[in-house]
Design a binder for this molecule. Sequence first.
Ligand SMILES: Cc1cc2nc3c(=O)[nH]c(=O)nc-3n(C[C@H](O)[C@H](O)[C@H](O)COP(=O)(O)OP(=O)(O)OC[C@H]3O[C@@H](n4cnc5c(N)ncnc54)[C@H](O)[C@@H]3O)c2cc1C
Length: 403
Amino acid sequence: MQFFDVIVVGAGPAGGHCARLLAKAGYQVLLVEQHDDFYKNNFSSAASPLETLQQYDLPESVVSRYWKNIEICSTNIHRSWQAKQPLGVVFDFAKLREFLAEDVTKNGGVVWLGCRYIKYLIEDGKTTVFLQKKGSEIFSIQTKLLVDATGYSRAVMYPNKKDKPKFFKGIGIEYLIKVDEKTYQKYSDSLVFFLGYKWSPQGYSWIFPMSNYQLKVGTAILEGQHKFIQKTKPIKEYIHQILQDYIQIENYNIINIHGSILDYSPGLNDIYYKDQVIAIGDTVSTVNFLGGEGIRYAMKSAEVAEQYIKEYLEHNQQNFQKYEAELKQHFSKRWNWSEQISRKVYLEYSDARIDQGVSFLKYLSLEDIIDILFYYQFEKYTKGLKALILRKINTFLKKVHLA
Ligand SMILES: Cc1cc2nc3c(=O)[nH]c(=O)nc-3n(C[C@H](O)[C@H](O)[C@H](O)COP(=O)(O)OP(=O)(O)OC[C@H]3O[C@@H](n4cnc5c(N)ncnc54)[C@H](O)[C@@H]3O)c2cc1C
């Protein structure tokens, strides 16, 4: 029977990066992905800060567009910040995952696309993994360690869907459209985020730029009953509203409509390991639920996991409880805050309160905004409010003094 040191299931950012690191370290790695090419499940909006490129050793060829401006809109308020230099990227999500998979092969690993994981069995201490290539019979191979990188589906950790606990669920749909030059220039350097009942009740919406006159326009809605909104409209209607009322465009070509799910475990209570299986990426809720940003965190989990996987392969030492602890320490504080804030903003706040929150952002610098949006430093928002109160007190004192 064919044997690999490690089998990684799922060639998203987590699985691709993990397999790439292990192949570079000289292990016999197999990366399996159910889709037969990366353009089929090209679901992610894929915005990230600039540092992601260097941090994860990614080439410019996986970048679709650089961004340097931020805009935030609610129903009645619009705020914007500009920079002179690029602050981040919008990846071509298909190219990013393709690059990672190619790097696995380049470093001596094996990649099977169009190959679905079915189940695993442990017999005599050996892990047998059952896979199925498109149109073929189920077959089995053996490994020392199996990695669940199947994203929200958690296909290895939860073989039976009915055993899955209740997750905090978000559903996102995005249009990839081609627009005229004038419209493109307006959005080509900016990430535009929407909050509030008009654009995205119970969630958020966005416009992100891609290369070649393309824009990504999307909406994500959280599952659950909103305190004030009885029922949301179908997600696509909010995307159409942005196209009509915000971009004000009638002639555009829809290149692709895609979407996916985020299933986040409240309080980070996922299964991180069991038997000879370890889970990485969205399978252990590395995505930030407030912003739906998950690519670099999925890759971060792959890097943390790599150390423990190597230890296991070299010394047969299973220290995966330390992997869980390290990952939780890295994420828990800010991820728990993000979870609480997203419940409040997306499921409890009135539209007026969201407008007020966005209005206060004018007291914050671009640096503060980036720290809040991409590094979840919510204390920066309070700092802005404190500055506003101090300014008001000073103005009041000056008036009293003059009188
Ligand atoms: C609409 C939307 C917009 C987003 N926008 C952004 C953004 O702007 N920036 C950002 O950083 N993040 C964004 N994210 C989040 C980000 O895309 C995810 O957090 C990230 O892709 C998680 O990586 P992963 O490798 O853990 O899982 P995934 O990318 O989900 O990869 C899992 C892979 O496993 C495969 N798989 C599943 N089951 C099996 C099986 N049985 N056999 C074989 N293969 C299997 C899947 O096909 C998939 O390719 C967005 C998400 C959504 C849904």
